[in-house]
Design a protein around this ligand. Sequence first.
Ligand SMILES: Nc1ncnc2c1ncn2[C@@H]1O[C@H](COP(=O)(O)OP(=O)(O)OP(=O)(O)O)[C@@H](O)[C@H]1O
Ligand SMILES: [Mg+2]
Length: 365
Amino acid sequence: MANINCTGITKSYGGHLVIEGLNLEIPDHEFVVFLGPSGCGKSTMLRMIAGLEELTAGQVTIGGTDVTHLPPGQRGVAMVFQSYALYPHMSVADNITFGLRRLGVDKADIAQRMAHVAQLLGLEALLERKPKNLSGGQQQRVAMARAMIKTPKVFLFDEPLSNLDAKLREKLRTEIRKIHLALKTTTIFVTHDQLEAMTIADRIVLMRAGKVEQQGRPDEIFDRPASRFVADFIGSPGMNFRMGKVSRQGGLWAEAGSVRLALDAVLFGHLAEGQALELGLRPARMELASAGTLNAIRGRVVLVENMGAEGQVIVEVDGTDMSFVTKEFRGIAPGDEVHFAIRPEHIHAFDPTTGISLRQEGAEA
Ligand SMILES: Nc1ncnc2c1ncn2[C@@H]1O[C@H](COP(=O)(O)OP(=O)(O)OP(=O)(O)O)[C@@H](O)[C@H]1O
Ligand SMILES: [Mg+2]
């Protein structure tokens, strides 16, 4: 069993507070991603859980044991970093088994565990090579094998794929996910790449300036962002934002220039006439439409970006750009007038001052 509990985690460097009273519960077997912009404290959190960094205040427990003051080696965690830091003079096999040999683990046991991780990570043919004769992706796999062979209770990954090219990142991401399905080891994975987080996580913990801004399943974070910050951070192409206000004339509407959208009465029924809001419309949640469609927005096409199976259409509406994503982009050209629409349940709106979502999500279900 290895659930992780963080209570009141606080960290300051000198007088500079970087993590502020952070509470977090990670159940056994879960794959959690710490996501957030550079400098928000992801690595610091991970290093404190690993025992590589002292806490200023707070408590960390792993599998019910208070590890707050235990050294890294006694916490049952294994960490994989962005830089692989393999021993250049040792073979792949020796790199992987080094830690166990140092601990004096039985040779037959080491050999058996080695065979298992080599097979899991597809390293069987590379065991005799030196690190310098491996590709970046292969080196990272060796680093993962080195962590895995210790059969830790918890895996901690700090941006392990950042040094790899896009294709290889995708491949290793899938492999890490498959390994987790097989081993079910509780895992924390740090990244600032929202797509990586969306694809790999059971749960995303989105951090901002040393605090948790929102946590939830990837689809919750994507479809129910609690704040403008989350809405803006998640999703590519990024969300469209428009300042507007509420109208209750003959229905419930959000009005922003020529954009007039019917709002869902359950999600937004509490809003008052004239109330200011910032609309948030996801490009992926809008569709090409005809003029009379509910919630159709009219604009002039500026650019069409071919993304393969779909295209991003950038459209000028009231003098500024918006975009939507469609499979039917091939007939669209710059200068065309188009309509695109969004269903009421996909509309987001935020308080212009606080950035907090104005949707009453609880009422929806
Ligand atoms: N040893 C240190 N001394 C002083 N400040 C530090 C130290 N380590 C980190 N910080 C500060 O703590 C904050 C959080 O840093 P951290 O490395 O955890 O960010 P991060 O979210 O991992 O960012 P990135 O995505 O760039 O890796 C930053 O403002 C950073 O400058
Ligand atoms: Mg970091």
